[in-house]
Every structure is written in structure tokens, then in C-alpha cells.
Design a protein around this ligand. Structure first.
Ligand SMILES: NC(=O)c1ccc[n+]([C@@H]2O[C@H](COP(=O)([O-])OP(=O)(O)OC[C@H]3O[C@@H](n4cnc5c(N)ncnc54)[C@H](O)[C@@H]3O)[C@@H](O)[C@H]2O)c1
Length: 704
């Protein structure tokens, strides 16, 4: 047999084992290997039944997504699974899929073409293609409804979430749960059904009967809300609905057509870009994969405030013990918050009370530096003050082991200045977590000029251990994410001072797909925090630079945002937001006093004024090397700033709009609004050459 597919027999049962680590994807060679093994089993008179299983940690977890990219790039034809699936289904000997781990996408489609499916209790099955902007393309939308009914099948294909095996048994997608050894159980099951006539999934019709049109209409509406702005989930519903009106043969023909349409659409390209982005950011040209990272088995945190508490939970969640130092009062508050947070998860059934207690037991509160001399990493999350941080770092220098990584969670301060407060600046790095740190997936990893490669490798490994995505950035005010936020936020404020309302701006951004509008974001972060940064960084000291006016007035009125119950919006005790006419009146009055002409804005104009400023800054960041690649900026915005994944991140989005179009618009804005709209030189260059940010990344990779 092939390397990728193994064949053996036991007690008259052939066992076909897919062995294509790490996830047994259906890469080239795997379908052909299964087919060849099946032919061998059919030709062997001693074989009565067949088990299709997989080696390693999972059943077939899906297609090889690189294959899809090659199709889009015109380098390959779309791999077609139907001959294999028909061969499995037409086999004269019953075929049993033995599922552990995940049977997803193409893996589930293979399993459904088998005559039976058995699974271990913690296995999961599903059709998650819509998460990549696709639909099942190998009969999934036609076989699944025949097994579990069209409405449930449409729901699973449109939502994309896998279901646990016991639920799949109830629905009819899996026939039996196997306790104990899966292959042993599957062989026993195969023997028990060997002489029974096996049904072909594609010929089942019972569950398709009835009129489902009202159910489909309701589902479309539900999915429209849950999957805002997304097309693939709706197409998945269309495809499943076709199973109720077309023959199987016509159904898979139509499914293939719809799949190809989805694959070529921007939605899929963006989601696939985001999917591979997570992997790309792990590649750091001057820190090779084999760089020796320091082991991080335990950590300590300084500061048990908003960030320190969240970071402690993030480590406890993955079983890493944490010491946390602050005042007794701050520690009490921090532990009470952590407990409340965990209790809510227990109430929602995410895990048991025992798991919660185990996580709580990993967090040791303390008011002293006791034990800090033993830990592998210390993360400082004290107030944002350079003198305080320098003081803390000079103390740590006396306590911490020489091989202890010293990380700071600062969001605005200079890592180099903090690092030189120690005698070992090579051990100092920024770990910029996002709030709430136990939930947010992004960590900006900030390298100082002295940070060692081993310390960078350690920080990347820690982000991975926390199940987060670490993106390496260079030191510099606001790093990547926050630096791009400034032009975005200020332009939004100028737009409201020119006649729009905060609600209109936020609505336009929500329609675009941002998780939160920029004024809601400002209210969450605190208007006073933003004002302090404006002040400390002298952001508007340059003569002739337009300064936002209304936000300072809101701060003076005590409208500091959510924490004050009012900011750009009003908030009730449940933090429910409502627009406030008083704010609009204050903005209008401010604009009148400053003689700012008033006008109305379309949503498209609002998006251009706000997001093009953000993209322009992104181009500067790319050029000055603060971010390694455009895709790194995208990953930061997708995971830390609520940028919609189906737009691929701001730089990918810019490529889809066209850099020339964006550049021309920015030049127009410069004519209208002055120097703050100076186009980034890189943007100008790429636009003039007809290139994209993606091509910039590709050229950089080629020279690395
Ligand atoms: N809040 C955010 O959204 C956010 C996001 C990213 C980064 N940050 C950064 O994280 C850091 C902490 O921010 P926060 O929002 O958690 O602040 P916070 O005010 O909620 O908490 C700071 C805590 O540090 C404690 N502290 C001060 N000096 C200390 C010392 N010498 N030893 C021990 N504890 C000490 C304080 O008692 C307080 O409990 C800051 O550098 C901030 O810029 C904040």
C-alpha cells in the first residue's frame, strides 16, 4: 500500500488506516491510497467487511487547504473525491468508518459515504467549510440531509460548528459509540453487520420527505443574524435545500458549481488568508524555528488589576501555576473577579466545578516577592508609569534568576527604557495582552533593541501554550495595533464634528463588520485614558494640525465612558448603550464655535475617512519594519481589534479594494483636509506599480 494509507486484516475484517500526520488531511495520495486498499479488500475472499480508520490523534480532519489555494492560483485542478466516495458506497462489503478526534469537512464526507459510522465518545463530526467561506464540496450537502434530515443538515453546514459524537448518534449521523479501543470495537461492529445488506447513504430518502420551506426560510433568517454579512452559510443552506428537490446526481453537480463560486469569492480568499495568517506570523526570519526557548513551567505577575488578573487566569487555564503580587485589597478583588468569571463558565456548562477549583488553586496571591526567585517568567502589569516600571524592574533585577524572562504588559511605554533599568536588557520583552486577557486571543510580542532571540522564541512559545496568537512587533509608540487606531479614532471624531453622529459612524462600521464601533471602543477604554495619551504624546502640538475638540469637552463633563455610565453614549446598570442627544448637541455647538462646515455623510464616506487612515498608517508600519509583514498587521487586527475575518484584515481588505483607488482617495483627502492625510510612501509606490501589500510580503519572503 502507500505510505499514507496502511492496510491489514483481522478476523475477516480489512482495516484501512489513513496515516497522514498531523491531521490526516485528504492530501494528494490519500484518496488514491484508500481506493487501492478498498480494491484489495474487495478482492480478498477472506474479508467480509472493512473498517476505515485513521492513525494519530484524529480521523480525517478535512481537505488540504493548500489544494484550494492552488486551484485559485490556477496551478491545479480541484481534487474530486466523488470516485472514492462512490466506490466506498458501492462496495459489496460493508464499510465502517471508525472515528476518533475529528471527522470534519472532507473527512465527514468520506465517513458519510461509508455504510456505517462508529465513534469514540469524545469524537466530533461536522461540516465547518463555511468558516473558510466555502460549502461542503464532496457531497456533504447531499448526504448529510439524507442521514439527519434537511433542516438539521442545513443548520450544521451553515453554522459550521462540529457536534459531539453522542449528539451525532441521536441525529443519525453516527450509528454507535464505541467505549474502549476504537479499532477493536469497530472490527467487532463490522463483524456483527457483515452479513446484513448495507445501505448506500446517497439512496436514502426517508428523511427528505415533507415540506421544509418554512423551516428553511426561518433558518436563513437566523443564519443571516448569526453570520452577519456572510454569503457562504446562505449558499450552504441553498445547497442542502436542493437535496429535497433534485436527484443525488444532480444535487452533487449543483453543489460543485456552488462550491467553485464560493472558492473564487473574496469571502473565501479572506478567510483562508486569515487561517494561514496564524501560521505565517510564527515565522520570524532572524529567529529560526530551532532557536532554544527557555522552558516556562511557572510564572509570576506584578499587579493584580484588570490586566494582571486576566493574565493570571489565562495561565491557570492551561495549567501553568501563577504567583501574583499586589496589595491585599487588589488581590482580594482580583481573586473574587476570577472566581466570578469561572463560576459563570461553570453555569454555562463549559467545564465542571472541579476544573474551576483546580484553576483557582493554581493562582497564588501574595503581597511580597516571595518565590519570585524561582519562577521562569515574570510579567509586570502595574500602572502605566515609566518611573514605577523602572523601579519595579530594578527590584526584579535583584530577585529574578538570570534565565528568568522579564516581560512587561505596557501598552505605550518604551521597552528599551524599561529594559535598561535592569543589568540584563536581553531578557526583557513586551507581552502586550488585550483586555480581557483571559479571553482575547492576541498578544503583541514587542522586541526591544537588546531582546535576545531565545527570549523572543520563549515569548512566542508562551503565546502558543496559552492558545493565543503571538505576533512579533518592534518597539515604538502604540506598537502596531494602537498606533493604527489613532488616525482611525481621530478621523471618526472629525467626521462627527463635520456633521455625522457617533451612532451613524458606529453603525457604518458595524455594517462594514467591525465587532464594535470606534466610539463604543473609546467609551470602553475610557475617554480620560485617550485624553492622557493625547496630552503625554503631544499628538496635536504641531502647528496647523487639526485637533479633535469634542472629546476634551466630554472629559471635562465627567463623561469618561462606560465606567462613568456616560461617554459618547449613555449606559444603564447593565452596560446597555443608548445614543445621547446631549452629546450630539454638544458636538454641534463645538463645531459651530469652531466654524466647522456641516454636512451629511454616506456610510461609504465614513468607511473611507476612518479605515483609509488606519490603512495608511499600516503602510507606514510595514515600511518602517514595526510589523514584519502585511499579514502580521492583519492577524493583529483580526484577533485584537474586531476586524471582520471575512475581510481578511485591513491590509488584505486594502488589496481587495485596490491600492490605487485607496491612494487616489487619500490624495483627495489631503487636498481637502491637509497634511495629516499625506499618503504613506510605500502605499504610493505600490499603488503606482499596480502592486498589492500581499506582493510586498511575497517579495520580502523571497529575499529572506
Ligand atoms: N486595561 C487595558 O485594557 C490594558 C490593555 C493592555 C495593556 N495594558 C497595560 O497593562 C498595565 C496594567 O494595566 P491595568 O489596566 O491592569 O491597570 P490597573 O490599574 O487595573 O492595575 C494595576 C495594578 O498594579 C498594581 N501595582 C502598582 N504598583 C505595583 C507594585 N509595585 N507591585 C505590585 N502591584 C502594583 C496596582 O495596585 C493595581 O492593582 C499597564 O501598563 C497598561 O498600560 C492595559
Amino acid at each position: 500500500m502507500s505510505e499514507l494509507v496502511k492496510y491489514s486484516t483481522r478476523d475477516g475484517v480489512a482495516i484501512i488506516t489513513v496515516d497522514n500526520p498531523p491531521v490526516n488531511a485528504l492530501s494528494t495520495g490519500v484518496p488514491a491510497g484508500i481506493l487501492a486498499a478498498l480494491k484489495t479488500a474487495e478482492a480478498d475472499a477472506t474479508v467480509q467487511a472493512v473498517v476505515l480508520a485513521a492513525a494519530g490523534k484524529t480521523f480525517i480532519a478535512g481537505a488540504d487547504i493548500n489544494d484550494f489555494l492552488n486551484v485559485v492560483a490556477g496551478k491545479a485542478e480541484l481534487p474530486v473525491l466523488h470516485p472514492l466516495l462512490h466506490a466506498l458506497e458501492d462496495s459489496r462489503k460493508p464499510v465502517v468508518a471508525a472515528i476518533h478526534g475529528m471527522a470534519l469537512g472532507g473527512g465527514m464526507e468520506v465517513a458519510m459515504a461509508c455504510h456505517y459510522r462508529v465513534a469514540v465518545p469524545d469524537a466530533q463530526v461536522g461540516q465547518p467549510e463555511c468558516k473558510l467561506g466555502l460549502i461542503p464540496g464532496a457531497g456533504g450537502t447531499q448526504r448529510l440531509p439524507r442521514l439527519i434530515g434537511p433542516l438539521k443538515a442545513a443548520e450544521l453546514c451553515a453554522m459550521g460548528d462540529p457536534i459531539p459524537a453522542p449528539e451525532a448518534v441521536q441525529l443519525g449521523a453516527v450509528d454507535q459509540i464505541i467505549q474502549g479501543n476504537l479499532v477493536d470495537g469497530a472490527v467487532a461492529f463490522a463483524k456483527s453487520i457483515a452479513n446484513r445488506p448495507a445501505h448506500k447513504t446517497r439512496e436514502l430518502t426517508a428523511k427528505l420527505a415533507g415540506n421544509h420551506s418554512a423551516g428553511f426560510a426561518a433558518l436563513r433568517e437566523q443564519v443571516r443574524k448569526a453570520k452577519r454579512n456572510l454569503n457562504a452559510p446562505q449558499v450552504a443552506i441553498d445547497a442542502v435545500e436542493l437535496s429535497t428537490t433534485l436527484s443525488f446526481a444532480k444535487g452533487i453537480e449543483k453543489e460543485a458549481e456552488l462550491f467553485k463560486q464560493c472558492l473564487r469569492a473574496t469571502e473565501a480568499q479572506a478567510l483562508i488568508h486569515a487561517f494561514f495568517g496564524d501560521r505565517t506570523v510564527a515565522k520570524i526570519p532572524d529567529v529560526p524555528k530551532d532557536t532554544q526557548a527557555f522552558p516556562v513551567r511557572n510564572i509570576a505577575i506584578i499587579g493584580a488589576g484588570t490586566m494582571g488578573g486576566g493574565i493570571a487566569m489565562a495561565f491557570a487555564n492551561v495549567g501553568i501555576p501563577v504567583r501574583i503580587k499586589d496589595t491585599q485589597e487588589a488581590l482580594d478583588r482580583c481573586l473574587a473577579n476570577a472566581r466570578r468569571n469561572y463560576e459563570n463558565s461553570v453555569k454555562r456548562g463549559r467545564y465542571t466545578k472541579e476544573v474551576m477549583e483546580q484553576r483557582m488553586s493554581l493562582i497564588t496571591p501574595q503581597t511580597s516577592y516571595d518565590g519570585f526567585d524561582h519562577v521562569d517568567m515574570i510579567i509586570e502589569a502595574a500602572y502605566e508609569s515609566m518611573p514605577l516600571k523602572r523601579q519595579i524592574y530594578s527590584e526584579l533585577d535583584k530577585i529574578a534568576r538570570v534565565d528568568c524572562v522579564l516581560a512587561t504588559n505596557t501598552s505605550t511605554l518604551d521597552i528599551n527604557e524599561i529594559a535598561v533599568a535592569t543589568g540584563r536588557p536581553q531578557m526583557v520583552i513586551g507581552l502586550h495582552f488585550f483586555s480581557p486577557a483571559n479571553a482575547m486571543r492576541l498578544v503583541e510580542i514587542v522586541r526591544g533593541s537588546a531582546t535576545s532571540k531565545e527570549v523572543i522564541a520563549t515569548a512566542m512559545a508562551v503565546a502558543k501554550a496559552l492558545k493565543k496568537v503571538g505576533v512579533l512587533v518592534r518597539n515604538g509608540f502604540g506598537f502596531v495595533g494602537n498606533r493604527m487606531m489613532f488616525p482611525y479614532m481621530y478621523e471618526a471624531q472629525f467626521v462627527v464634528e463635520e456633521g455625522a453622529t457617533p451612532e451613524e459612524v458606529d453603525r457604518a462600521l458595524a455594517h462594514f463588520g467591525m465587532a464594535m464601533g470606534i466610539f463604543s471602543v473609546d467609551d470602553l477604554g475610557g475617554l480620560d485614558v485617550a485624553a492622557r495619551i493625547r496630552e503625554e504624546q503631544h499628538q496635536f502640538d504641531k502647528p496647523g494640525l487639526r485637533k479633535p475638540l469634542a472629546s476634551d469637552k466630554l472629559v471635562a463633563l465627567g463623561r469618561l465612558g462606560q465606567k462613568a455610565g456616560k461617554g459618547w453614549y449613555l449606559y444603564d446598570e447593565n452596560r446597555k448603550q443608548t445614543p445621547d442627544l446631549e452629546v450630539v448637541a454638544l458636538i454641534r455647538k463645538t463645531a459651530a464655535e469652531a466654524h466647522i462646515p456641516q454636512r451629511t455623510f454616506t456610510e461609504a464616506e465614513i468607511i473611507e475617512r476612518t479605515l483609509y487612515g488606519l490603512i495608511n498608517e499600516g503602510a507606514r508600519i510595514l515600511e518602517d519594519g514595526t510589523a514584519l509583514r502585511a499579514v502580521d498587521i492583519d492577524v493583529i487586527y483580526l484577533n485584537g481589534y474586531g476586524f471582520p475575518a471575512y475581510r481578511g484584515g485591513p491590509m488584505f481588505y486594502a488589496d481587495t479594494v485596490g491600492l490605487k483607488k485607496i491612494y487616489d482617495k487619500i490624495c483627495e483627502f489631503r487636498e481637502q483636509h491637509g497634511a495629516r492625510w499625506e499618503p504613506a510612501p510605500l502605499l504610493k509606490r505600490l499603488a503606482e506599480q499596480g502592486k498589492t501589500f500581499a506582493s510586498f510580503d511575497a517579495e520580502k519572503a523571497a529575499h529572506a
